[in-house]
Design a protein around this ligand. Structure first.
Ligand SMILES: [Zn+2]
Length: 467
């Protein structure tokens, strides 16, 4: 399997540390608000990675964290904790806010048929591990303490700039350092923040340095190493994590262990909505529920996300979502051939279906080339759409539809066969057509339409599909 690795800036062949299994860590949501469509692009793409690893015969061990403390409004460790801000906005405690949005996130993960990670780890459940890691860094001389917290001295970590190809001189000169004049370098970051002197926080803990809470980055290093070891195979996240969050995760972890933190780094690119970056002020952070409320099935959302490659800048719009919905309907219509009577004669489709399975797998294992994989499904389905399935290919076709479900999370078998009433009308129409009773045939077509079933009349006889 090949993946584009941000660490090497090239497409590398995956070589897991322990053959047969692959450890994967994904930076999860900060649960202070609803997730929006941009987030779902990232998580569906990471799920595609997990599904493709399985297709490739590997057993992934997938950890995703939930950031429920310590993620400040600015990546530069300034401003309020997003959770405490959310609590004030909603008149709740930070704990209640975290629980509410975690539950909502997990429910949406399920709706989108995103695989359940093997471990969902909350930052607040791992305070001791984070403190222990800061102590290790302190004992190795990587930290210093100033008025508002314990900081990581990035000048002590050779190669701090290399992962993101940062220009640290430029960063220093740009004035970010001025925000906190006690920081030694602009790039230094908080490992432990002290609680404010005259205000109370909902979330705070005792530590060797005083009461406070962990910085945002330390949780991912601590939890990744706890569940996946000092070096993991694949670390994933959004592309905006590269310059600060992931750079800092590497600095912390590698300074503590002296080993490489992750062998492969996979980053999901940005998504625009109606051509604009998603932002609070534009109010274009569309929620999954808004899409469902418009009557678009979540399967169409998933298919739309897979239509763009994870490394390309993607565009979401209601029009493009509608196009994906139409594509889904076409797929469902062709999948429905599985339940219909099969022809005994003519060309067998078995080889074509088996070849499609092989070619789709090849595209997915080539750096998750989902747009190409989807085109191959289209190609197969357009050769099948106007004729009945041949008898000998029915079980191979079922395997193919199951394969698509495993590979893409698009469950085409879920629609099921006609119910008894629909089937009776469908059969009556067959008889009417055999008797050339076109009036009855048209009437029965209308009856089926009212029950959500369309029909196509082909040289092999009539074929039904769901509307
Ligand atoms: Zn992270």
């Amino acid at each position: 399997m090949k993946l584009y690795n941000t660490l090497t800036r090239q497409t590398d062949t995956l070589q897991p540390i322990n053959p047969g299994t692959v450890s994967v860590y994904t930076c999860g949501p900060t649960v202070y608000d609803y997730a929006h469509i941009g987030h779902w692009y990232t998580y569906v793409r990471m799920d595609t990675l997990i599904r493709t690893l399985r297709l490739d015969g590997l057993a992934p061990n997938w950890v995703m964290n939930i950031t429920d403390v310590g993620h400040l409004v600015s990546d530069g460790d300034e401003g309020e904790d997003k959770l405490e801000k959310g609590a004030r906005r909603e008149g709740k405690t930070a704990w209640e806010v975290a629980e509410f949005y975690t539950d909502d996130f997990m429910a949406c993960m399920e709706l989108l048929t995103i695989s359940h990670p093997d471990h969902i780890t909350k930052a607040t459940d791992h305070i001791a591990e984070q403190i222990a890691l800061v102590q290790t860094l302190e004992s190795k001389g990587y930290t210093y303490t100033i008025d508002d917290g314990v900081y990581y001295d990035t000048s002590k970590f050779a190669g701090y700039a290399s992962f993101a190809r940062l220009d640290l001189d430029e960063q220093q000169a740009s004035g970010r350092v001025q925000v906190n004049t006690q920081k030694r370098q602009a790039s230094d970051f908080a490992l432990w923040k002290f609680s404010p002197k005259n205000a109370s926080r909902d979330m705070e803990w005792d530590s060797p340095w005083g009461k406070g809470f962990p910085g945002w980055h330390i949780e991912c290093s601590a939890m990744s190493m706890k569940y996946l070891g000092e070096t993991l195979d694949i670390h994933t996240g959004g592309i905006d994590h590269i310059t600060v969050h992931h750079t800092n995760e590497i600095a912390q972890s590698e300074a503590a262990t002296g080993k490489r933190f992750a062998n492969y780094w996979l980053h999901s690119n940005h998504v625009t909505v109606n051509g604009e970056k998603i932002s609070k002020s534009l109010g274009n952070g569309i929620r999954l529920q808004e899409i469902i409320d418009k009557g678009v099935p979540v399967q169409a959302v998933r298919l739309h996300i897979l239509e763009s490659h994870y490394r390309s800048q993607s565009r979401f719009s209601w029009e493009s979502l509608e196009a994906a919905h139409n594509r889904l309907k076409h797929w469902q219509a062709v999948a429905a051939l599985y339940w219909q009577s099969q022809r005994e004669e003519g060309e067998s489709l078995t080889d074509t279906i088996v070849d499609a399975t092989t070619n789709i797998t090849e595209q997915l294992t080539n750096d998750l080339s989902t747009p190409q994989a989807l085109s191959l499904v289209d190609d197969l389905f357009s050769t099948m759409e106007t004729k009945q399935l041949d008898h000998g290919s029915q079980s191979v076709y079922k395997d193919f539809l199951n394969f698509l479900d495993h590979a893409l999370g698009i469950n085409l078998l879920a629609q099921g066969d006609l119910d008894e009433e629909q089937l009776t009308i469908f059969q009556e129409r067959s008889i009417a057509r055999a008797n050339k009773d076109w009036e009855a045939s048209d009437l029965l077509r209308d009856h089926l339409l009212k029950r959500g079933i369309g029909v196509n009349d082909t040289s092999d006889g009539q074929i039904w599909y769901r509307i």
